[in-house]
Structures are given as C-alpha cells and as structure tokens.
Design a binder for this molecule. Structure first.
Ligand SMILES: NC(=O)c1ccc[n+]([C@@H]2O[C@H](COP(=O)([O-])OP(=O)(O)OC[C@H]3O[C@@H](n4cnc5c(N)ncnc54)[C@H](O)[C@@H]3O)[C@@H](O)[C@H]2O)c1
Length: 370
C-alpha cells in the first residue's frame, strides 16, 4: 500500500497563527508511517524547523495547488477567494453549511474540481459529538477582549477601543493583561454568558474567573434560561454580555436596536462579545450590527438611539488566534486520532459523517449556482 500522505497548508488570514497540526502531532503521524508535507510559514506559531526536526517535508508557502490530487490538504480557515476548481480533498472550516455568505460558490468549486470538503466543524463521532473544536479558547479569548474593551471604556470615558490586538504568547499573558487593565474595578464587574454549558461558554466563564470576577457576578445561561424567548432585560443589566450559543434553529432575537434604545440612559451594558458570530446567518439572534470586527479594529458601535451611552460589539471570528499556542495544542491533540484514520476514511465514522454533510449540501449549492 502507498505511504499515506497529508499536506499542511499555511494560513493566509492576517493574525492567524494557529494550526490544525502541531509539531507534536506531526511527529505522531510520521511515526505512524505518514508522509507529512508542511508549507513553510513564518506566521504559524510553531517554527518550520520544529516540523522538520520530527521528519516532515517542508514545501513552499501556498504551494498546495501543486500537490498530487491524492494528498489531502489540511488547513484551518477558508481558502482564499477564487473560482478555481478544487481537485483535492480538503480539511478545513468551510463555513458553508449554515448558508453563510459565499457558501454556494465555495461548494461549487469542489463540484467543479471533484474534490471533497471534510469540514472540521462536521467531523463527528458515532454519538454526533465533534472530535475537535476551538470553542473553549474562543470563549476564553472573547471574554478577555470584552474585559479589555470594558476596562478601556471605564478609564477613558468613551475613547473606547481595546487598541490593536495581536496574538499573545500564552493564556497566562492574556489573563495578566486583562487583570492589569481592569485592576480593582474587577470586583464589581457583572457579566452574562449565554451558551454557558458549551465549549465557548465554559471558556468565557473560565476567563472571568481567572481574572478575578466574583462568582456571583458571573451569570450563566443556557437553553433553559432563554426558552421563553427574547429580547431579555437581563442582558442590559450587566456590564459585559458574551454570546456563545450554537445556533441551529430560528429563535427570537436576544436583543434589538429598538429594545436597547428603549432603555435610554438606564442601561448598564457597555460591551457585547458575540463569540458565535452568526452575523450573516438569517437567524442571527443579535441583529444589531452587521460586520465582523478584527484584531486591528476589535469593536463596532451599535445604533442605540441619540444621546444614549455607547454600546460596543466585539465580533471577531478568529478569537482563538489570540492564544494560538494553547488553542492549536488542544485542537491538534483532539484531531490526531481522526487524522490517523484518514487513509481508511471510507470506513471511518468520523470522515463518513463529514462527507455525508458535504454531499447533502453540494447538491443544493449546484442547484443554486447552476
Ligand atoms: N468567534 C470565534 O472565533 C469562534 C471560534 C469557535 C467557535 N465559534 C462559534 O461559537 C459557537 C458555539 O460553539 P461551541 O463549540 O461552544 O458550541 P457548543 O455546542 O459546545 O455549545 C453551544 C451551547 O449553546 C447552547 N445553546 C444553543 N442554543 C441556545 C439558545 N437559544 N439559548 C441558550 N443557549 C443555547 C447549547 O445548549 C450549548 O450549551 C458556534 O457557533 C461556533 O461556530 C466562534
């Protein structure tokens, strides 16, 4: 049997220092007989030499289009926009299946090239549980950005941005930054996390605990608490609201511009962190803004009515990149057992599950794209 191969492509999105394959995991693949190609990448948090030293073959930056079609291409974020047909099997977050903007064009590229998308979000085990996810670190980093923006709001009375963010060397460095900026104010900060029982929610709660927010000031909501349907006054009554839900059906909005404006000056809320970032989803429960923010410009202002205190939203869709080392380690460790099954993916529940979702959606995409 031919030696199994895997190609780790570089990420092209600014500030994206994470990877789906750490040198530790690459080493395990090599030991299992894999031929692992790694695109040289100065941006990745791990050095090229770390991959080379465990037996990977280094190849040029962004050279995956030249790889033999039989080699699966592993990445994290979407591919750069293009109409080129995709001839390889790709493993990455496609952000297609919830009909996000551009979804059908992306899938049509696979149809035209004959490749398959194994979307990392849809690699699930026999019980339907995701095998690897960045959720914890997304919530953790999102809550930290919320805390930084809140601290900046308090100290500058309106000159309000976290400033330019960039990936931190470690979780601890981020916690210390947030602690340092919040100082004594941390004691009376009130926060609400919705989706608190999920991965992102647990990460957000963990961050608030680690920076020293009092336990009784961390409100944790999940399905039971939102069952009666929004909008919710409780969101307006905290300093920082972090939305961490996994949206898979139509729900009433958690809040609206009108509802917020109606509170006038009597609103405590000053920062919303929308970790879920369902901005382009037709069922978005936070229809109060419509752009993704970035590390360079972490917040967007909400229209809250004339004369009312400002409200900032953080909607960064690459939050775990703020702590790229720990986030990559966790993700890659969880993904490794499935990567080891790649050569027999036609018999593996995880890969078959992802392929099934792809096949269902590609039909629809092709009908739309013609
Ligand atoms: N911004 C980023 O960088 C980033 C990174 C990773 C994940 N995400 C997104 O975060 C979201 C959550 O991911 P996760 O891994 O934590 O999912 P998860 O399934 O682990 O957790 C979601 C939680 O939301 C709860 N929930 C669902 N609908 C709810 C509702 N109407 N009211 C209250 N609670 C509700 C669920 O019960 C669950 O506890 C996903 O949309 C994911 O794409 C964003």
């Amino acid at each position: 049997m031919a030696r199994p191969s895997l190609w780790l492509r570089c990420e092209t999105k600014q500030f994206e220092r994470r990877t789906a394959l750490t040198p530790d995991s690459a080493k395990k693949l090599v030991e299992a007989g894999f031929h692992v190609y790694v695109e040289r990448d100065k941006q990745r948090i791990f050095k090229d030499a770390e991959y080379e030293s465990v037996g990977c073959n280094l190849v040029d930056h962004s050279s995956w289009t030249t790889a033999p079609n039989s080699i699966p291409i592993l990445g994290l974020k979407e591919l750069p926009e293009s109409a080129l047909p995709l001839t390889h099997d790709h493993i990455h977050f496609g952000h297609c299946y919830k009909k996000q903007s551009g979804w059908s064009q992306h899938l049509a590229r696979f149809y035209n090239g004959g490749g398959t998308l194994y979307d990392l979000e849809y690699l699930t085990d026999g019980q339907g549980r995701r095998v690897a996810a960045f959720g914890f670190h997304a919530g953790f980093a999102g809550a930290a950005v919320g805390a930084l923006v809140f601290a900046s709001r308090r100290s500058n009375e309106g000159a309000v941005d976290a400033g330019e963010l960039a990936p931190f060397e470690s979780e601890e460095a981020l916690v210390n930054e947030a602690k340092g900026r919040l100082g004594e104010k941390i004691r009376d900060v009130n926060v609400l996390v919705i989706g608190a029982l999920g991965r992102c929610g647990r990460g957000a709660v963990d961050l608030f605990r680690r920076v020293g927010v009092n336990e009784e000031n961390i409100k944790k909501w999940d399905m039971a608490e939102t069952a009666q349907g929004g909008p919710f006054q409780e969101i307006l009554d905290v300093d920082i609201f972090v939305n961490c839900i996994y949206l898979n059906l139509k729900i009433p909005p958690f809040t609206t511009n009108q509802f917020i404006a109606g509170a006038g000056q009597n609103r405590r809320l000053s920062v919303i962190v929308d970790v879920s970032c369902d901005t382009t989803n037709p069922f978005n429960p936070l229809p109060i803004y419509n752009i993704s923010t970035t590390f360079a410009k972490p917040t967007v202002l909400v229209d809250v009515g004339d004369g009312n205190p400002p409200l900032h939203v953080v909607s960064i869709d690459q939050l775990p990149s703020l702590v790229p080392r720990e986030a990559s380690h966790q993700f890659s460790t969880d993904l490794l057992p499935s990567l080891l099954e790649l050569p027999s993916r036609r018999k593996s529940v995880v890969w078959l599950n992802a392929e099934k979702v792809f096949r269902e959606n590609i039909q629809l995409a092709v009908e739309i794209e013609g």
